[in-house]
Design a protein around this ligand. Structure first.
Ligand SMILES: Cc1ncc(COP(=O)(O)O)c(C=O)c1O
Length: 385
């Protein structure tokens, strides 16, 4: 019977991160620096708002696009922070995490044969959805450009079949983020083309040395931009599953059809939690960010001291060092590190072939765990290279 399944579904694989975990799941006494979710508990006032929503029976379907109060709060958030206006009535959809937002965007805009530009190494959540739509992922090598798409690399990747470019900044796995000027360079190229921009801004609240610029703040491309964001990383709410799309009305009305037939609406009580986060908790990420910054500096300095080549990331909570040359690919190296070094970090090959040679470390862990993890990496390198 398996041969009767959808051919595209058969062709996609489990994510590299999942395959790596399956390879090492039996190992004991491991320090893990793998996880992509904040280690902070969800702020208490948000948890209380969730309980309150339950007690007041906010447990029914909501408007397909999300409760109006939350859409208004999202609109205010972008207005205040980025000076970008989205109409809460018809330009915002609340989704089940950023993941579902990405899914409805691709299913709304892609036809078979369309090309989607992916600056790589890149988060593995886009490619399978592009393939499922019968479209073609086009990887752009950013390893020689501080992991950023540039005017040249973007221009060179565009063909007459390009339908969309994904701008996933700040980046998982590299932590790279754009300055306003760097974004402007891309806008110069994109404003002349009929290409959608999917701006995944899920790490927008975790930018360390300057502030995040949303590409939607460039009026020249706002009409073709779909911003995806959510509460998972900013407010440590990964399990609440709340994300959202911001897009012009003409596009949102099509996104909403796909969303409606997909999930009807995001979880009602989670929407009330998100409403609290974006009204009384807008500054919650600041506190977490200061802790991440200290950790980032610590891990970065230690990796540099080990002689590893690594960019100092300006966003998210990952570092992406290059490992010394070896005959092992990044998955084999990851397994070897677990077995011999008793420390788990994510193989760079999980983020497309352009991540080979690199490994991703998450610093969403307390200092004690980070210190021990780093000692183990250092020892492994000393003993095996
Ligand atoms: C770049 C990026 N986009 C989207 C997501 C998915 O976010 P959510 O948990 O809100 O679905 C992640 C999660 O790790 C991510 O790293």
């Amino acid at each position: 019977m398996e041969n009767l399944l959808n051919t595209q579904v058969k062709s996609i694989e489990l994510s590299g991160i999942r395959r790596f975990f399956n390879m090492v799941s039996d190992e004991k006494d491991i320090i893990s620096l793998t996880i992509g979710q904040p280690d902070f508990v969800t702020p208490t006032h948000i948890k209380e708002a969730t309980i309150q929503a339950l007690h007041t029976n906010k447990t029914t379907y909501t408007n397909n696009a999300g409760i109006p109060e939350l859409r208004k709060a999202i609109s205010n958030f972008y207005e205040k922070k980025y000076n970008v206006h989205y109409n809460p009535d018809n330009e915002i959809i609340v989704t089940a995490g950023a993941s579902q937002a990405i899914d409805i965007v691709f299913r709304t805009i892609l036809n078979p044969g369309d090309e989607v530009i992916l600056p790589s190494p890149i988060y593995p959540g886009y490619e399978p959805l592009i393939t499922l739509a019968g479209a073609i992922p086009v990887y752009v090598d950013t390893t020689q450009a501080d992991f950023k798409l540039t005017k040249n690399s973007l221009s060179n990747a565009i063909t007459e079949r390009t339908k969309c470019v994904v701008l996933p900044y700040p980046s998982n796995p590299t932590g790279a983020s754009f300055t306003k000027d760097e974004l402007r360079n891309l806008v110069d190229v994109l404003k002349q083309k009929n290409i959608f921009i999917l701006a995944d801004e899920i790490y927008s609240e975790l930018v360390y040395d300057d502030t995040h610029t949303s590409i939607a703040s460039f009026q020249q491309v706002k009409d073709r931009t779909i911003v995806v964001n959510g509460l998972s990383k900013s407010h440590s709410m990964t399990g609440f599953r709340i994300g959202y799309t911001l897009a012009p009305n003409w596009l949102t009305k099509h996104l909403l059809k796909v969303h409606q037939y997909n999930v009807s609406c995001a979880s009602s009580i989670s929407q009330y939690a998100a409403l609290e986060a974006l009204t009384n908790g807008v500054n919650d990420p600041e506190r977490m960010k200061e802790t991440y910054r200290v950790r980032r500096d610590f891990v970065y300095n230690r990796l540099m001291d080990m002689g590893l080549s690594v960019n100092k990331p300006n966003g998210a909570f990952y570092l992406f060092p290059r490992f010394p040359d070896t005959t092992l690919n990044s998955f084999e190296l990851g397994v070897d590190l677990v077995k011999k070094g008793k420390v788990a970090i994510v193989p760079g090959g999980s983020f497309t072939y352009l991540g080979e040679g690199y490994m991703r470390l998450s610093y969403a862990y307390d200092m004690k765990t980070l210190e021990e993890g780093i000692i183990r990496i250092e020892r492994y390198l000393y003993e095996h290279f």
